[in-house]
Ligand binder design. Structure first.
Ligand code: NAD
Ligand code: DAU
Length: 334
């Protein structure tokens, strides 16, 4: 099977490439990636001779068309993915997430190729902290940030291309991923690498916000379950019952790294900060039989801490710039 993976040099895409090569020996993988600041070709170094890596923009039809024509399956991970960046500079999010997806969909339509669209639970907005409700496939779209609104737009384009043009597509909306190869701008790797660099972890606002954590391998196994057995035109929510408030996550990281539980700073909150995400993945489990493997968040987090401790050369060159960028807007609260 010829698989085109967009965004395969980013966090989830690179893990998808590794997982696919390990579990599907017949897969021939081409990665299309613009190699933005978020990409790290080092994430693919160990499999570099087993894949084709094309540097290019998913919004560039001249690049995208021949790659799609040469594929049996396209899995679309490429995106601008960080909420904080979308608040500072939303334009690139519209280009990559909306125009990029549109460009890909047009190539899919012309070439009649199977398409899987990777999206986020953030398209549904947020939930109250304490009412126990969870997102389902029928929750109305209500995105909060420039990032999540461009992802919601891209999902709606996919739905329209299925209905209007009959493309063979599925969509998945997943909760917060953690694991190896995640950029140090994101919450968990930022705090782990802060401690490893002698910097105090930084908690936005009160730290009460809740995210529903899933290991990246569980996400990617679910994506393959949907590609293999999902119904064309349908959406599947992916989540592993991993709700934790941000403060608890920081305290666990500190404990795993042998630091006092209160050795972190409260900093200014993210504008429009979503309170809580939580996924009801009943459909994925009952229809497709998917189950997460990483059911103990603490041990998944411990393995992730070990990965960052053992792979300093992967993240150290990025760390100074990321912290300098945060320092421009972030203030430590008393
Ligand atoms: P990431 O930022 O780590 O990687 C994104 C990759 O896309 C990078 O390699 C980047 O170079 C590439 N890219 C960006 N713009 C491009 C363009 N115009 N053309 C081609 N390539 C481009 O992101 P991630 O965390 O791996 O997320 C991957 C996908 O999963 C995204 O679609 C995101 O919305 C979705 N998602 C992420 C999470 C999460 O917790 N990280 C959860 C649910 C869904
Ligand atoms: O829910 C899925 C989404 O998860 C994906 O669609 C996004 O691509 C991905 O980035 C992630 O979005 P979040 O905004 O939830 O992730 P982030 O890692 O930026 O932040 C997680 C939580 O931690 C959030 O409540 C903000 C908080 N935070 C973040 C950073 C970077 C802090 O408290 N301190 C920090 O330094």
């Amino acid at each position: 099977m010829r698989v085109l993976v967009t965004g395969g040099a980013g966090f989830i895409g690179a893990n998808f490439v590794h997982r696919t090569l390990a579990t599907r020996p017949d897969a021939r993988i081409t990665v299309l990636d613009k190699l933005t600041y978020a990409a790290n070709p080092g994430s693919l170094a160990t499999v570099r001779d087993r894949i084709r890596l094309v540097e290019g923009d998913v919004g560039d039809a001249a690049v995208v068309d021949p790659l799609v024509a040469d594929a049996d399956l396209v899995v679309h991970f490429a995106a601008e993915s960080h909420n904080d960046n979308s608040l500072a500079d939303p334009g690139i999010f519209v280009h990559t997430n909306v125009v990029g997806t549109f460009t890909l969909l047009e190539a899919i339509r012309r070439n009649d190729v199977r398409y899987h669209h990777i999206s986020t639970d953030e398209v549904y907005g947020d939930l109250k902290l304490d009412d126990g409700s969870r997102f389902t496939e029928s929750t109305p779209y209500n995105p909060s940030s420039p990032y999540s609104s461009t992802k919601a737009s891209s999902d709606l384009l996919v739905r329209a291309w299925v209905r209007s043009f009959g493309i063979r597509a599925t969509i998945s909306n997943c909760s917060n991923n953690y694991g190896p190869y995640q950029h140090v701008e994101k919450f968990i790797p930022r705090q782990i690498t802060n401690v490893l660099s002698g910097i105090r972890p930084k908690l936005y606002g009160t730290g009460d916000n809740v995210r529903d954590w899933i290991h990246v391998d569980d996400h990617n196994d679910a994506v393959w379950a949907i590609i293999d057995g999902g119904t064309i035109g349908e959406t599947y929510l992916i989540g592993a019952d991993g709700e934790r408030d941000n403060r608890t996550v920081i305290e666990t990281i500190l404990e795993l790294l042998g630091q006092p539980a209160d050795a972190f700073d409260f900093v200014t909150d993210r504008p429009g900060h979503d309170l809580r995400y939580a996924i009801d993945s009943t459909r994925l489990r009952t229809e497709l039989g998917w189950r997460p493997t990483f059911t103990d968040f603490r041990s998944g987090l411990a393995a992730t801490v070990d990965w960052y401790r053992d792979n300093r050369s992967w993240w150290e060159p990025l760390k100074r710039d990321v912290e300098a960028r945060y320092a421009q807007t972030e203030q430590v609260l008393d």
